[in-house]
Design a protein around this ligand. Structure first.
Ligand SMILES: [Zn+2]
Length: 247
């Protein structure tokens, strides 16, 4: 596997992937030269090291694989690729998947067919992404929803067990983390927290996932409405997407 990953970096990053990312994400053009080179490495490692599978005979296209990999890797831009060791595979479904069960789930939309699932991250298992949601959301970042950012934030959270909104953190960050999340969760439940989707009120794990979506998709609004949370995520992800956009 190590050899496979090393070999992946020997192949130049295809120009058509750069064009695709420039066209389909708002943030690709904001990256500095070093950041872009680093992300190109991560994307190639991701595509070589993780398997992509489709549901029921569906075959994920190159466009799907590259866009999902790029968004997943943006989260770990300044971290080690090993953070995704636990991501075994990515299952791509062309559209939302019916789900039965009492729990409210990611992208859960009540319909006549039951609950529809837009994505799911499984502990020590694969990540499910539904392409119509992912594709739409990448086109409309201003809405602040992104199933790829959401599910991969859960995966980072799961690095120390079941998702609880507290991934492995430095002692300094941990001290700020829990009080901040607790206070925002309270505000969300009272309906007074601006800049975040109300789904974050479900529990601390969903709050982290929803906050991650906002951090990478609507960073200016999050920084304005939730400056303490923004600073916390900036320290965690070691990135400043709002500052990057302003440059
Ligand atoms: Zn979730």
């Amino acid at each position: 596997m190590r050899r496979k990953l090393r070999k992946a970096l020997e192949v130049p990053f295809p120009e058509r992937w750069r064009a695709l990312l420039a066209e389909r994400t708002w943030w690709w053009p904001t990256l500095g030269e070093g950041e872009r080179a680093r992300l190109e490495d991560l994307i190639r490692l991701f595509l070589a090291g993780k398997s992509f599978e489709g549901t029921r005979g569906f075959e994920p296209t190159e466009e799907m694989r590259v866009l999902i990999a790029a968004q997943a890797c943006l989260l770990i831009l300044d971290h080690d690729f090993g953070l995704y060791d636990d991501v075994t595979s990515i299952i791509v479904s062309p559209s939302a998947v019916p789900h039965r069960g009492p729990r409210r789930l990611d992208g859960g939309i009540e319909s006549d067919e039951g609950t529809m699932l837009a994505g799911q991250a499984m502990l020590h298992g694969p990540v499910l992404i539904t392409w119509d949601s992912a594709s739409n959301q990448a086109r409309h970042p201003e809405r602040g929803h992104n199933v790829v950012f959401h599910e991969f934030a859960h995966k980072l959270d799961m690095r120390n067990g079941a998702p609880d909104g507290v991934p492995p953190l430095s002692a300094e960050l941990k001290e700020r983390w829990e009080p901040t999340l607790r206070s925002i969760l309270g505000e969300l439940r009272e309906g007074t927290a601006a800049g975040l989707d109300s789904y974050g009120a479900t529990n601390p794990a969903e709050l982290l996932a929803v906050a991650t979506e906002a951090f990478f998709d609507t960073p200016d609004a999050l920084q304005r409405d939730q400056p303490v949370l923004y600073a916390l995520l900036e320290a965690f992800y070691r990135q400043d997407p709002a500052g990057r956009r302003a440059r």
